[in-house]
Structure formats: C-alpha cells, structure tokens
Design a protein around this ligand. Structure first.
Ligand code: ASP
Length: 355
C-alpha cells in the first residue's frame, strides 16, 4: 500500500465530499508549477493597460520557462530556478535587478531554495554583488555543509564557485530609489511606500513526484540594521517536503517569520495525512488511508495559515503545490502577481484578486 497521502486536518470534517474518492498522491508523469511576483495593494484603476501587459508578459515568460522544464521531464528544482532567474533579471520585480533600497541606499538581496526529496536547502542573505542570488542559494544547497550564508562570507563562497558577480549599480533602478527618497521625505513606512511586495517565488512538482520551492527578494524599502525578511528563512518564506507540499511566500516578512508560514502549511498537511492513515489502520475509515490533496483542500489550509498572518497584522500571500498536482494561491491583499501551469492543461496568469 502506498503510504503517501495527504489530507487537511481542518478540512476533514468541513469538506467530507472532497474526500469521498481517495486516490494516489501523485499520478505518474503529472507535473505542476506556480509562480508569484509579489502581493500587495494592486488595483486595475491604478495600473495602465501598458503596465499590466508588461507584467503579464513577464509572468507568462517565467511560467513558460518553468513549465517547459517540467514538461520535458526536468526536475522541480530546475524549473524553480529557470523561472526565478528570469524574474531576478527583470527590474519590475523586487529581486535581483530592481531590488528595493535599504535605508542607507544599498541593495541587499536574499534568496532560498529547498528540495522536497530530502529537505536539503540553501539560503543567502545580505547579498550585494551576486547577479542572481537564487544561483548562490542553490550552490549553498549543493555544497551541503551549511544551509544559510550571509553577507561577505556568502559572497566569498560565490567567488569560489565562480558565480557571476556584478557592480552594485546593476541592481539600482530609478523607481526604487525614488521610493526610498519619498519614504524618508514623507516619513512613510515601507508598506506606505511600496504598496506591493515584489518578491518572486516558484514552487514545482516534477514528473518523478518531487517537490521544490524557491524565493528571491530585495526585502523591504528602507530596511535597516541588517534586517532579514522571511524569504531566505527556511520554514518562513520557503519550504518543500515531498510528504506534503512546496511553498513560497511574499508579504510583510516579519509576520511570516512569526507564523512560520511555509512550514506551518506543510506540517498541517502532513499531520492530517498521518491522521487519515491512523484512522484507516484502526479500521475507522476506508480507502486505503490515502487521500488526494485537492486544490480545495490545499487552499483550505493555506487560507487558514494566511488568516493567522492577518490576525497578527500582516499582509501577503503564498503559492503552494502538492504531490497531487494541486497548485494554489492564497493571499489577503487586493492582488498578487501570479501564475500556474499543470500537465492537465492549466496555464494562467493573474494579477488582481478578482481575476
Ligand atoms: N517578504 C519579503 C520580505 O519581507 C518582502 C516581499 O515579499 O516583497 O523581505
């Protein structure tokens, strides 16, 4: 009996009909992919059609890059990397080129990746000269001796690994500098000045049934004192575990760290699966102890965890994929740059909550 199964503790009682037809957790050759380019206060009225089209094209490009890897039988981790690389190089997003400015007028980048097969992970923070922090995070993961490197040490490691470096000017863009200046002049908070979180992330399920997650960001405008957000913190902004799900978050990092959002979602899914198996073993249920993690069930758990973020005062969102192929979004803002594609023919991008 396959003991890979998934369920949702909170959803078990509330959504009995969804559990009526248990199935294997992962169908052979099924793949699934989701990306985000940040959540926030986004409304159609405040965006020109040209700007909207630019974002849509950028999201579609990143989605297609990752989906192509998965369609061709590539790994979930390669798909995550392919999509994030494109978004890091795109100045529209707050990651790599186009990152927000710190209080001192620098760009300090964070990134993380995690492989759901064995929960290996790599993360970097305070990066100022590596063109694509996601590549550095992956190199840390591959090296395996450490999980989380910071600042000068991380950059020394990058040089040793011959990972491309750039001058600090590469990351600087006029709109991001203007945001810092406005923040200082009008004594605004990062939330007032940014309106949206432009962090980028991707989560994937490959044909072999493996999950991976990655997130890359410049953090929040005007951050000080070496502030680190949730994105590079394994368990907060990024997490992947083949037994449950892969998650990448965007939003007010402090709250995501406090809730431990990414791991909390995965843990709830995993424990619900354990409960289902236990009940089957005890003869309390039928169906082989296997439960398909439908989109609705994953959404239910992601929404419950995002509600906790909201309760503490935080805004943002997550993307989640599960072994069943479920690819879902959950966010408590008026929009999130997002996209998803699956082997079942789903291929969509969206920006506003009503889309
Ligand atoms: N979560 C990121 C941080 O707090 C910000 C973002 O999502 O844009 O650093």
């Amino acid at each position: 009996m396959t003991r890979s199964f998934i369920a949702v503790a909170l959803g078990l009682l509330a959504l009995p009909t969804l559990l009526a037809t248990p199935a294997t957790a992962h169908e052979a050759e099924a793949w699934s992919f989701a990306i985000h380019g940040g959540a926030g206060t986004l409304s159609r009225e405040n965006m020109t059609p040209e700007r909207e089209a630019e974002y849509e094209a950028a999201l579609q490009g990143a989605l297609d890059a990752g989906a192509a890897v998965l369609r061709d039988g590539g790994t979930a981790m390669d798909a995550v990397e392919a999509a994030i690389l494109l978004m890091e190089d795109d100045p529209k997003f707050n990651a790599g080129r186009g990152a927000v400015f710190t209080w001192e007028g620098a760009n300090e980048l964070d990134a993380a990746v995690m492989d759901g097969r064995d929960r290996t992970a790599g993360a970097v923070t305070g990066i100022t000269a590596v063109k694509n922090p996601i590549l550095l995070a992956r190199a840390v993961m591959r090296d395996g001796r450490h999980v989380f490197l910071s600042g000068a040490g991380a950059e020394e490691f990058a040089r040793e690994r011959e990972i491309e470096t750039v001058a600090p000017e590469w990351f600087q863009t006029a709109p991001r500098r203007e945001a810092l200046e406005r923040m200082k002049a009008d004594q605004l908070s990062a939330y007032d000045v940014d309106h949206k979180f432009g962090t980028v992330g991707a989560v994937a399920l490959d044909q072999a049934g493996n999950l991976a997650a990655g997130t890359s960001t410049g953090g929040m405008t005007g951050k000080r004192w070496g502030r680190i957000g949730d994105a590079p913190i394994i368990g907060a902004g990024t997490y992947a575990d083949n037994r449950s799900c892969a998650v990448s978050a965007t939003g007010a990092g402090e709250y995501f760290i406090r809730v431990g959002v990414a791991q909390e979602i995965c843990t709830r899914l995993r424990l619900a699966g354990d409960t289902a198996l236990e009940e089957f073993d005890n003869g309390q249920s039928e169906g082989g102890g296997e439960i398909t993690l439908t989109d609705a069930l994953v959404e239910n758990v992601a929404d419950a965890v995002m509600a906790e973020v909201k309760e503490l005062g935080g805004d943002g969102g997550v993307i989640v994929v599960a072994p069943s192929g479920a690819a879902v979004f959950s966010f408590n803002t008026s929009g999130m740059y997002r996209g998803r594609a699956t082997s079942k023919g789903v291929n969509e991008i969206a920006i506003f909550a009503e889309d």
